[in-house]
Design a protein around this ligand. Structure first.
Ligand code: MG
Length: 151
């Protein structure tokens, strides 16, 4: 059975020739969205990797959320004790290892969302919509203040 995420993405996966008519509005230039098909392939690969090892039994929401934070800490460890400038230099030098930690975080996060029936890309879109409301450019530009502190 297809997950909600698969069904959602199948409708408009952006693959050449698969563009639905509803996506092409009058006066709009169709935009290729290759990230959607790549995301679908990645999600399927995450599921296959887990299921081939029968690891779903260990992947409770609690364990996956813990794993996200543990992997995020491994990412953070790269920058511990470094100044901002040193952290930028380190990121260039250790790109491969940092990339692997970013992937570890993302894999657990994507699987957690999938297991909970949350469409990962929709969740990001929704959050960006919320953030655009909370941080209007006119008030948030050039400040790192929290939205509750914006003037
Ligand atoms: Mg790791």
């Amino acid at each position: 059975m297809q997950s909600r995420q698969e069904r959602t993405h199948k409708k408009s996966d952006g693959a050449p020739g698969s563009r639905s008519r509803s996506r092409v509005r009058k006066g709009c230039v169709p935009v290729a969205r290759p990230h959607i098909t790549k995301f679908d392939r990645t999600l399927e690969r995450i599921r296959r990797f887990r299921d081939a090892r029968n690891w779903m039994q260990f992947h409770s929401p609690k364990n996956l959320a813990c794993s996200v934070v543990i992997e995020a800490a491994e990412l953070l460890e790269h920058f511990q004790w470094k100044t901002n400038k040193e952290s930028s230099e380190h990121a260039k030098k250790r790109r491969r290892e940092i990339s692997a930690e970013i992937a570890d975080v993302a894999i657990y996060l994507i699987e957690l969302a999938d297991n909970l029936g949350i469409d990962f890309m929709d969740a990001i879109d929704q959050k960006l919509n919320d953030n655009e409301q909370k941080y209007p450019v006119a008030r948030a530009k050039n400040t790192a203040a929290k939205y509750t502190e914006l003037k």
